[in-house]
Design a protein around this ligand. Structure first.
Ligand SMILES: Cc1cc2nc3c(=O)[nH]c(=O)nc-3n(C[C@H](O)[C@H](O)[C@H](O)COP(=O)(O)O)c2cc1C
Length: 178
C-alpha cells in the first residue's frame, strides 16, 4: 500500500472481529510510530497495550460513554496513549519556550497517534482514536506514574466493516495562498 492510499483509506473503525492481534504486529506499529516528528526529538509519547479483559471491562463499564464502551467491548486490545510531562514545549529550567505553553505536548502525541493509525492500517488493522473518557479514573486504574499523563485511547483490532469516508472539506476552504 502506498502512502497516499494508506492516508485516504484509513477510517475510524467502530466494529471489530474478535481475532487477537499478535504482539509482533503491535511492536512493529509502535516502532513505526517512533519515527513521528517531535519537539526537539523529545519523543514523549508512550503506549500501554491493554489486553487484560478485566481492565478492558472496567474501562468500558465505568470510564467511557456508551458510544466508546460499545467499541471497547469488541476489541482484543486497547491502546492507552500517554506522554511524559514537562519536556515537550519546555526549556531545561522548566519555563515554557513559546506562547503555546504546554500545548505542544498534545501536538506531539497527535502526530504520533496519526502515524500509529496509518501503520496499523498498513498492517491490515483498524483503529479509532477516542478522546472522551474519564481521565482520572483510567489514570488511577492503570496506575500511571506521576510524570505521565493520559492523552487518548486508541481501539485496535481487525475491522469487521469497511466504512465510507465521512465528507471532507475541500481545499478551497482549507487552503489559502498569500
Ligand atoms: C482527538 C480525537 C478524538 C476522537 N474521539 C472519538 C471518540 O471519543 N469516539 C469516537 O467514536 N471517535 C472519535 N474520534 C474519531 C473521529 O470521529 C473521526 O476521526 C472523524 O469522524 C473522521 O472519520 P475518519 O477517522 O474515519 O476519517 C476522535 C478523533 C480524534 C482525532
Amino acid at each position: 500500500m502506498n502512502v497516499n492510499e494508506c492516508i485516504r483509506s484509513r477510517r475510524s473503525i467502530r466494529k471489530y472481529q474478535s481475532r487477537l492481534v499478535d504482539h509482533s504486529i503491535i511492536d512493529s506499529i509502535v516502532s513505526d510510530a517512533s519515527y513521528s516528528p517531535s519537539w526537539k526529538n523529545t519523543q514523549i509519547t508512550r503506549y500501554i497495550a491493554i489486553e487484560d479483559l478485566s481492565i478492558l471491562e472496567t474501562i468500558a463499564e465505568q470510564f467511557t460513554p456508551d458510544y466508546n464502551s460499545n467499541i471497547i467491548k469488541q476489541i482484543p486490545v486497547l491502546i492507552a496513549v500517554t506522554f511524559v510531562k514537562g519536556r515537550c514545549g519546555f526549556e531545561r529550567d522548566g519555563s515554557y519556550t513559546t506562547k503555546k505553553k504546554d500545548r505542544w505536548q498534545m501536538f506531539d502525541v497527535g502526530a504520533a497517534c496519526q502515524t500509529f493509525c496509518l501503520s496499523a492500517k498498513d498492517h491490515g488493522l483498524g483503529t479509532v482514536i477516542m478522546g472522551v473518557f474519564d481521565e482520572d479514573g483510567i489514570t488511577e486504574l492503570l496506575q500511571l506514574p506521576d510524570d505521565q499523563e493520559l492523552a487518548a485511547l486508541i481501539a485496535l483490532g481487525y475491522p469487521d466493516i469497511d466504512p465510507e469516508a465521512p465528507k471532507r472539506k475541500t481545499t478551497d476552504i482549507l487552503l489559502q495562498y498569500r
